[in-house]
Write a protein that binds this ligand. Structure first.
Ligand code: KIV
Ligand code: NA
Length: 265
């Protein structure tokens, strides 16, 4: 395969080709996702929720993110692999941000990092980019700030927050980011932002005007079944399918049907 790079993504936007992005956290899943030609694989800090069972993304550590990222990297031949810098590993100062980004790149072999925020993290983004590490932005509903927001509802519905978001997007472009995730904001704002910058926007609950889309793989596959936001399209009900397969296995063991004569040595 021809490898996807940060440059390819910017070209895709220029050519009007939509960008596909999905999360992965482990080797086996990343292999399936990469072989299905997803353009960008995000090792999201949503691993905190879907892999570790935490209620928020805040508890996951940098070491844990590096473990997930290195597992994903070993499976991927085509996609660009982006890794979230977790909460607490970049907010306190730009030097710490750079140290965290370097650890991710060196210890996992990832291709880029993602951080949440705009003007607040300007110096950190600059420093990481100066070290030659590609940076993806993340604006709108930024889950690492969930306790500040108080709810997971749609962001930037009011003019003031929408204007700040647009300014933040322009700033991230000017600093040299190669793309920006826009999470849970009105479709009209996604359109405005996408038309105002030349780097791609990747939406999750951001509507049809984003230059690309991202979902958590467990949600797309229907492995998580209590999570039902409007923006989620499920392509499978894997919770049910896996449950049925596992029940059949249990039944076969109990009934002495498994293993049979052909399934033993
Ligand atoms: O951690 C994550 O999965 C994310 C995406 C939802 C954009 O940041
Ligand atoms: Na994330």
């Amino acid at each position: 395969y021809k490898r996807i790079t940060t440059k390819s993504l910017i070209e895709m936007k220029r050519n009007g080709e939509k960008i596909s992005m999905l999360t992965s956290y482990d080797y086996s899943m990343a292999k399936i996702v990469d072989d299905a030609h997803v353009d960008v694989i995000l090792v999201g800090d949503s691993a905190s929720n879907v892999m570790a069972g935490h209620e928020t993304t805040l508890p996951i550590t940098l070491d844990q993110m590096i473990y997930h990222a290195s597992s994903v990297i070993r499976a991927v031949h085509r996609a660009l692999v982006v890794v979230d810098i977790p909460f607490g590993s970049y907010q306190s100062d730009p030097k710490e941000a750079l140290r965290s980004a370097i650890r991710i790149m060196k210890e996992s072999g990832a291709h880029a990092v993602k951080l949440e925020g705009g003007i607040e993290i300007k110096e950190s983004v600059k420093r990481i980019l100066n070290a030659g590490i590609p940076v993806m932005g993340h604006l709108g509903l930024t889950p690492q700030s969930i306790y500040k927001f108080g709810t997971y509802s749609v962001r930037a519905k009011e003019d003031e927050e929408a204007e700040k978001l647009l300014e933040d997007a322009k700033l991230l472009e000017k600093l040299g980011c190669f793309g920006i995730v826009l999470e849970k904001i009105p479709a009209a704002l996604t359109k405005k932002v996408s038309e105002s910058i030349s780097i791609p926007t990747i939406g999750i609950g951001g509507g049809k005007y984003a230059d690309g889309q991202v979902l958590v793989i467990h949600d797309l596959l229907g492995m998580t079944h209590e999570f039902n936001p409007r923006f989620l399209r499920r392509y499978m009900n894997l919770y049910e399918e896996m449950g049925n397969a596992i029940s059949n296995y249990v039944k076969d063991v109990k009934n002495r049907d498994f293993p049979n004569d052909d399934e033993q040595y």
